[in-house]
Write a protein that binds this ligand. Structure first.
Ligand code: GLN
Length: 284
């Protein structure tokens, strides 16, 4: 089968299964499992693909047709220009979380310019997405990525090594702050923030494939923010900041949780869909 034929077959299969982004997903899967690039498909449409690669694409198409997200099948996804491995215990990094990176980078660059260092704590690091994107963009920074899942920490450490950031990244197994020592210039988190009762109503690609521990924020979805707000000041440098991702209806509640712990809002940002998504706080 030629590359062009395989691409067509893949797209048709996914379309027939009702997959929304059939053409894009077909291309990603075919490229990955045949080891070709987008330009190969344009320059060499008649290239004959090996039967092993065709079989691997077919297996991937079955999984995609059954509803598995395309990046889970690939085993990696891009976040802030970095390629990150995923595992069953890591949330798939979302493009919306890139807003958090944009929001805190200028603050980190100021700290690094002033102090020659910038220490970051990433609570619930998962793939390491937030910590690693920050390290990749602030050469003087170091980060501790905290997670309760040993599997997630192994994934984060592997990602750090793959990106050449291992010397500035430490994976720490801890339930929030319980094993954390020292003070940081930035405490960052994309915590679980879905209300427990809403988990069942999430779209299947999220509900069935993202770890529930990375989604479930307790009865009102706000419990992780209470834990972070209550303990962050004890782990922040004097001029430090806390940056958190929030659910799109949680802005006022999360601001009030942090204000009750003597933080003040520095900045609020919306995501690409216009939803409140990121809050930045400093000690009041
Ligand atoms: N943004 C994710 C979703 O709605 C939730 C991630 C989280 O709880 N931190 O799928």
């Amino acid at each position: 089968m030629t590359l062009a034929e395989l691409l067509r077959l893949a797209r048709q299969r996914l379309e027939a299964s009702g997959i929304e982004d059939a053409a894009l997903d077909a291309r990603l899967l075919v490229e990955h499992f045949t080891g070709t690039s987008r330009s190969d498909a344009i320059a060499w449409p008649d290239m004959v693909t090996e039967s092993q690669a065709v079989a691997a694409v077919e297996a991937a198409l079955e999984r995609r047709s059954a509803g598995e997200p395309v990046h889970r099948i690939l085993g990696f996804r891009e976040f802030y220009g970095l390629e990150l491995s995923l595992s069953a215990q890591t949330l798939e990094p979302r493009p919306d979380t890139e807003i958090l990176i944009d929001a805190i980078l200028p603050f980190m660059r100021d700290v690094a310019a002033r102090e020659g260092a910038c220490r970051v704590l990433d609570l619930g690091t998962g793939t390491g997405a937030i910590a690693l994107a920050l390290l990749a963009n602030v050469p003087d920074a170091t980060a501790i990525g905290v997670d309760v899942s040993a599997d997630a920490l192994a994934t984060a450490a592997r990602n750090a090594a793959g990106l050449g950031l291992a010397d500035r990244f430490t994976a720490l197994r801890s339930d929030w702050f319980s094993q954390v020592n020292g003070r940081f210039h930035v405490i960052a988190s994309n915590p679980p923030y879905i209300r427990s009762d809403d988990i069942a109503g999430l779209q299947a690609e999220v509900r069935l494939f993202d770890p529930v521990r990375a989604l479930d924020g307790g009865e009102d979805g706000l419990q992780p923010y209470r834990v972070i707000a209550a303990q962050a000041a004890a782990h922040l440098e004097q001029d430090g900041a806390v940056v958190v991702e929030i659910g799109n209806t949680q802005r006022l509640e999360v601001i009030s949780i942090f204000e009750n712990e003597c933080f003040r809002l520095l900045e609020a940002r919306r995501d690409l869909g216009g939803n409140d998504r990121v809050l930045l706080f400093a000690v009041a």
